[in-house]
Each structure stands twice: as C-alpha cells, then as structure tokens.
Design a binder for this molecule. Structure first.
Ligand code: ASP
Ligand code: MG
Length: 422
C-alpha cells in the first residue's frame, strides 16, 4: 500500500461525464489498496470565464485589492470541480472528502495571482487517509497569513499537486493530462515527435522554462527540490485499463544519474513565440552601459532573457536583448524616453516577429559539437540566427518567427529524435 497523488487537468475534469471517469479511475487505485489524494484543476474554460467576468467590470485595473478579489474569484473554479469529484467518488461507493486550500491549510505568501506555497499542514489529510477516505484537495490555491485566499498563477494546480505529494511524502505524483506524456517536441509541429519514457528533472526544467507547456515550471522546481517522483500521463485512456500498465505509462521524470546515461544527447526541442527583441543602436562603448540599459529595464520589473553586445566600431556598439512580448511596449517606451537620451545612443529598434528555438539534453555536458550541429542544420535550411545563448544542457537561438516550424523540424531530424533512444 502506498500513498499516491493524482492530479487531473481542466480537460480531464471538463464535464460531469469526464469527472465520473476520473472518479472511476481513482476508485480503481484506491481499491488496489493505495491511499489516494487527488488534486483537480477547474473544469476547462472555467478559470478564463471567471477572470473574463472580472475584466468586464474593470478592464484596466492592476492593483493589489483587485488581485485579491481575482484570487477569491478564480479559486472557486477548483472548489467546484473538487466537490463534484467528491460527489462522483461517493456515487462510486467510496468515502471521499474535498478541501479548499485554506481548509488543509496550504499556506502561501500574499503575492495574489502568483503566490508561492510556504507550508502544507498534513494532519487533517492524514487523519482522513487513515480513516480510509479519498482526499481531494483543490489545485491552484492556498491561504496567506491574514486568511486571504491566494492563487499560484495560471497552471498552478501542477504545483499544488507536487507540493502536496512532497508534504505527504507520496510514493509518486501522477499528473493526468490531455497528452500522454512529454514529447521530443510538439507533435502538432513535428508529427514524428516521440514520447519520452523518461526525462531527467533538469531537462524537464529547461523544457518547461523554454516553452513546453506540459508542466507549470514551478511544479518542476518543487519536484526537484523535494525529489518528488513525477509522472505525466494521459487521462484519456479507458479508466479500467490494467493498473500496472497504467502505472508504467506516460513519461517519468527521473533523478538518478544512471538512468540519465541511457538518454540521447539531445532529448527535446522547445520553442516559443513569447519573446520580442529590442536593440539599442549606437551606444558609446564604455563601462556601465549594460547596467544603464538593463538596470532601467530591471527596475521596471521587466525580465530580460537573451542578451548580446556587439564589438564596437569607432567607439560605438549595439546592444540587443529579448523580453516577454507583454513587456515589449513598456520596455521600448522606457528606453526611448529615458535611456536613449541619457546614453546619447542613436535609436531603439524593436522586433516582435522572432521566436526562440532550443535544443535540450543532459548529454550536451559530455559531448562536444552539439551546438555546431544545430547551427549547421539551421544554415542548411537558410535560416539566419540572430542571437544565441547556451547553458550546460541547452542551446537556444533566436530566429525569424516565420522559420520556426522549419527550424524545429530540421533539428528534430538532425538529432534523430524520431528514433527511439537506447
Ligand atoms: N485553473 C487554473 C488555470 O486554469 C489552474 C490550473 O488549471 O492548473 O490556470
Ligand atoms: Mg495545466
């Protein structure tokens, strides 16, 4: 008998029919002798619907008291789906009870709409489990020190599930979703994309931060910190498939070194269109310019991703970096109005039609020439690279957005990702 946490995404909870299926699946696991904790998302579309209503009433607001109410509002989505799941489980003849985050409680800081979990009290949940109940805990939310309801940011139910699994020292946290695992890349772009049986935690972390939408990045960080065994699998299999088969399906996120050795050099290709490029042209090349440009951007709370500075010609240089597209207008405006005059630079040029494509793999640590293979295959397709950044286990390039799919397909092929790894 083990303690298992299941997390079900919005699509898996999307209708009463689907909730009934989830209940049957959970009941199967409980009847097999496991102690079960389930963390559901809101029914699909519900969080958007609720936040949309708030926007109708107050389209422009961004203040803290507004954010507090957004959390109060959005948290109801998970409260509803959790109660419905408890009712469905009871209809299956199970003892089941649902709790909102504040009832557990799941304690967070007070950063409304993006709160961080600080601690989880496991007493109440353990007592229920010991009494033979299935415990359902709302995803996405917690409570701060002043008893305000908080939420963890979009996609936050993944993080709730992993945090609950960590607090309860669960044997495994199974993330049931509408895809059947983690793929070498998005199968909608590359039909030959392959499901990975295992992926290392570090690779998963890179992929999540580079644009793979399978798991909320914070949930992966949490899993790493507390070494929570995590599996991503499909909720669209028949609920009554063999439990042993089900327990081995999907993609397991691993921590062990020797399992990682089996992996291919490159495990996946991530891409995103979330960034925009800004260039400050004709900057005098002297100490302090990076600070003057990026310091101003950081002060406005705008995160910068890739950065390049060119060698100077005649004492002038160009400085380029990328920001999230949502911050693009604000960043360009700030640079034009404040930084450009102060630096005596020539102009600020922006480009939103870019994308970032990255190859990720732990094998890059021990193999040379991986990045150059990437550059070669892009050059063979005639794709110009605008920016490059590397870390130990990834190489990212910024290219023209219109070449994104071409680049991803070419790289998938070049690194033979369609073939199964050793
Ligand atoms: N319901 C929340 C959202 O849509 C949290 C989640 O589904 O993970 O973002
Ligand atoms: Mg999700």
């Amino acid at each position: 008998m083990s303690l298992i946490v299941h997390k079900y995404g919005g699509t898996s909870m999307g209708s009463t029919e689907r909730i009934r299926n989830v209940a049957k699946r959970v009941a199967k696991w409980a009847r097999a002798g496991h102690q079960m904790v389930v963390v559901p998302s809101a029914m699909s579309g519900e969080t958007n619907r609720l936040l949309g209503l708030a926007k109708e009433l107050a389209p422009e607001r961004t203040d803290t008291s507004y954010d507090r109410e957004l959390d109060m509002l959005a948290a109801t989505g998970e409260q509803a789906s959790s109660a419905l799941l408890a009712i469905a489980l009871q209809a299956e003849g199970m003892h089941a009870v649902s709790y909102a985050g504040w009832q557990v409680p799941i304690r967070t800081n007070s950063a409304f709409t993006k709160a961080r979990i600080e601690s989880i009290d496991d007493k109440r949940v353990r007592a229920d489990l010991d009494a033979g109940r299935v415990v359902i805990i709302t995803g996405f939310q917690g409570v701060d020190d002043e008893s305000n309801v908080t939420t963890l940011g979009r996609g936050g139910s993944d993080t709730s599930a992993v945090a609950v699994a960590a607090a309860l020292k669960a044997k495994e946290c199974l993330i049931y979703t509408d895809v059947d695992g983690v793929y070498t890349t998005d199968p909608r772009v590359v039909p030959e994309a392959r499901r990975l049986q295992t992926v290392s935690f570090e690779e998963m972390l890179e992929m999540a931060s580079l644009g793979s939408k399978v798991l909320q990045i914070r949930s992966v960080e949490f899993a790493g910190k507390y070494k929570v065994p995590l599996r991503v699998l499909s909720s669209f299999t028949e609920w009554n498939i063999d439990i042993h088969e089900e327990a081995k399906s999907g993609t397991l996120i691993t921590f062990e070194e020797d399992e990682q050795m089996e992996q291919a050099v490159v495990s996946g290709i991530a891409f995103n269109r979330d960034e925009a490029k800004i260039s400050v042209v004709g900057v005098p090349d002297k100490p302090g310019i990076a600070y003057q440009i990026l310091g101003a951007v950081a002060e406005a709370n705008i995160e910068v991703d890739m950065i390049i500075q060119n060698i100077s010609k005649g004492g002038l240089t160009d400085f380029s970096f990328t920001v999230h597209r949502n911050d693009f207008a604000r960043a360009t405006e700030l640079l034009k109005s404040k930084v450009l005059p102060a630096l005596g630079a020539t102009e600020v040029i922006g480009d939103t039609k870019i994308c970032k494509v990255s190859i990720v793999g732990i094998g890059m640590r021990s193999h040379v020439g991986i990045a150059s293979k990437m550059f070669r295959s892009l050059s063979e397709e005639g794709i110009n690279i605008q920016m490059i950044s590397t870390s130990e286990i990834k190489t990212s390039v910024v290219i023209d957005e219109k070449y994104m799919e071409l680049a991803v397909r070419a790289l998938h092929k070049a690194f033979e990702l369609e073939q199964s790894a050793a």
